[in-house]
Ligand binder design. Structure first.
Ligand SMILES: [Zn+2]
Length: 272
């Protein structure tokens, strides 16, 4: 099979309606493409060189630490974290991103002109003229501020899935917050010491259930073996918030022992 090229990727992105004016939140799975000439850097480069702004999660769970006691129903147990606490790292802007985000998210960190926000757990990388403005919308109190800012972009921003499914769709975390779903308190090692991080997002494992509700609003193309999908961000948020208002347990996962999804269910009215 012919490896996917930079040009193939840009052709696919144009097919789903991306233009040099596009502002996108990127979630990409490199293996989903099959062989790619230039690997993760080529994928990140194809998106950043076409679109005006690309926002990519650069989360660092490695910086998380746990206190011995904390708020109740916080989607976590406070014991059993000795190893995690001992191996936690202090956040620095040059820390690699969470390996679970994949090599394209890591490549975004090295993309030309890339900037990174400073949240010790939920930093984002952005590339483009509005990168700084977008990242400045984040604070400890509002970890998903950059997504909120993109939701207000007048021309409309997009969520771009390249071979990734909605479990990697960080915009759905913002939809959860907007729908009033329970958020969590976490703690992180920052350069000045341990920092309490409010409003941390829940578990994304149930997010793929949103897919059928987006059929009318998304545009899809094939790039190599990967499915490329563009979803207008405002439509995505509207559909997801509506789902959660109709069914307060929507988009939660069914994994036994999922502490965050159990904590959300615990605060739902019994009738839900
Ligand atoms: Zn879950």
């Amino acid at each position: 099979m012919q490896p996917v090229s930079f040009r193939d990727i840009q052709k696919g992105l144009r097919e789903i309606g991306l233009t040099p004016g596009s502002q996108v939140i990127l979630a990409a799975s490199l293996p989903a493409f099959g062989p790619v000439r230039g690997g993760a850097e080529a994928v990140a480069g194809a998106v950043t060189s076409l679109c005006r702004l690309v926002l990519s999660p650069a989360f660092t769970p490695l910086c998380r630490v746990w206190p011995l006691v904390g708020p109740p129903n916080n989607g976590a147990l406070y014991h059993g974290h000795d190893d995690e606490n001992a191996s936690a790292e202090i956040f620095r802007p040059d820390l690699p991103v969470d390996v679970d985000l994949g090599p394209v998210a890591e490549a975004m960190r090295h993309a030309r002109g890339a900037q990174r926000s400073r949240h010790p757990l939920y930093s984002f990388v952005a590339v483009g003229p509005e990168a700084e403005h977008t990242l400045l919308a984040q604070s400890l109190a509002e970890p998903l501020g950059p997504i909120a800012r993109l939701a207000e972009v007048e021309a409309g921003a997009d969520l771009l899935l390249l071979g990734a499914d909605h479990a990697s769709n960080v915009a759905l975390h913002f939809a959860e917050a907007r729908a009033g779903r329970k958020q969590f308190v976490r703690w992180a090692l920052a350069p000045g010491g341990v920092v309490e991080c409010p409003a941390c997002p829940g578990c994304p494992d149930g997010f793929p259930a949103i897919a059928p509700y987006l059929r009318g609003v998304s545009r899809v193309a094939r790039i190599g073996l990967a499915r490329a999908e563009r979803i207008p961000l405002r439509s995505l948020l509207q559909v997801a918030v509506d789902r959660m208002r109709r069914d307060p347990a929507a988009l939660l996962c069914r994994r036994p022992g999922c502490e965050r999804c159990a904590a959300v269910r615990a605060v739902l009215a019994p009738a839900a």
